[in-house]
Design a protein around this ligand. Structure first.
Ligand code: GLN
Length: 305
């Protein structure tokens, strides 16, 4: 396994120097684009890594998986999917257009920003702090790091510049898809996006999803199997933004990317995969991460299709 990851690393590293970090969240523009890591966690809970697997970065859109898992836990399938659909859009992750053109006005799926914000509104609590605590506590279990926390600088940076997400939320409130105080929903959403993780931890999350929700370390059921099925299917159809179709064809692994540079993959009954490199392609996916996923999918015959 270690040799296979080394080969994937070598293949992916040919793309080092291409792409650029996200800069619409100013703090993310500071990332070192030479960092590259690949981790695999198997279903016995062993993690194998090559490269900068201890470097911390923010989850960004990978947190949409944690938000969805948390919301499903509290509000159930019916509660969550009353506010969000399950169809891929083919649009960029921060697109607003379908909130107006779709007759239901609901966001299309939980893996785009509008959908994740709608999902966030299903997480209960008296204050945004209490609501984020639910997310944080669950994230600590799902990523197997009891110390996990959010990055205050990235949170502040996104909070200061996140007007597009505010626009999405107010649009949804105007059409009564969501209710409650928009700034409070966004506090929870931005903090979740700022969860600070490393490549090994996201591969562990992938392994939990690959293992039908059961922790590969300790055997505890962390996500109920039906919710795992829902999450994995949405990752397959919507996890890589408007690259999801091509990713299904080239890689064929349920996965979720984030503009922090991470990609998390869950190969059912096989393994969890994490990749990290903050240089992104124009759609917001980590370029070296995509290369690594392609290599591993072919070398280990991981495509579901
Ligand atoms: N925090 C980012 C945003 O809301 C997450 C987007 C992403 O990773 N694609 O814009």
């Amino acid at each position: 396994m270690q040799n296979m990851i080394k080969e994937a690393y070598r293949y992916a590293s040919y793309s080092l120097g291409e792409g650029a970090p996200a800069d619409y969240i100013p703090e993310l523009a500071k990332a070192d684009t030479k960092r590259l890591a690949i981790s695999i966690t198997d279903l016995a809970g062993r993690t194998h890594s090559v490269g900068d697997s201890q470097v911390r970065f923010t989850m960004q859109s990978i947190s949409k998986v944690v938000l969805l898992a948390t919301a499903l836990r509290f509000a159930g399938f019916g509660g969550v999917f009353a506010r969000v659909g399950v169809e891929p859009t083919g649009d960029p992750f921060n697109s607003i257009i379908r909130l107006e053109t779709d007759s239901s006005n609901r966001p299309s799926n939980p893996m785009i920003n509008a959908g994740a914000i709608a999902v966030t509104t299903c997480i209960p609590g008296e204050t945004p702090g209490e609501r984020f605590e639910h997310v944080l506590e669950y994230a600590r279990a799902l990523l197997d790091n009891p110390e996990l926390d959010y990055d205050k600088e990235v949170y502040r940076s996104e909070s200061e510049t996140g007007d597009r997400n505010r626009a999405l939320a107010y649009m949804m409130r105007a059409s009564k898809v969501i209710d409650g105080a928009v700034p409070e929903h966004l506090e929870v959403y931005f903090k979740a996006c700022s969860l600070s993780v490393n490549c090994e931890e996201i591969s562990f999350l992938g392994a939990v999803l690959a293992n039908n929700g059961i922790s590969p370390r300790g055997g505890k059921m962390l996500i109920e199997p039906f919710h795992v099925k829902v999450i994995r299917s949405l990752m397959s159809t919507c996890g890589l933004y408007d690259y999801s179709g091509e990713f299904a064809l080239r890689v064929g692994i349920p996965a979720k990317s984030g503009v922090g540079g991470g990609i998390m993959g869950a190969v059912p009954s096989r393994m969890g995969i994490g990749t990290y490199c903050p240089a992104l392609d124009p759609k917001g996916n980590s370029l070296c991460g995509l290369r690594a996923m392609e290599y591993l999918s072919q070398a280990l015959n991981l495509s579901l299709f």
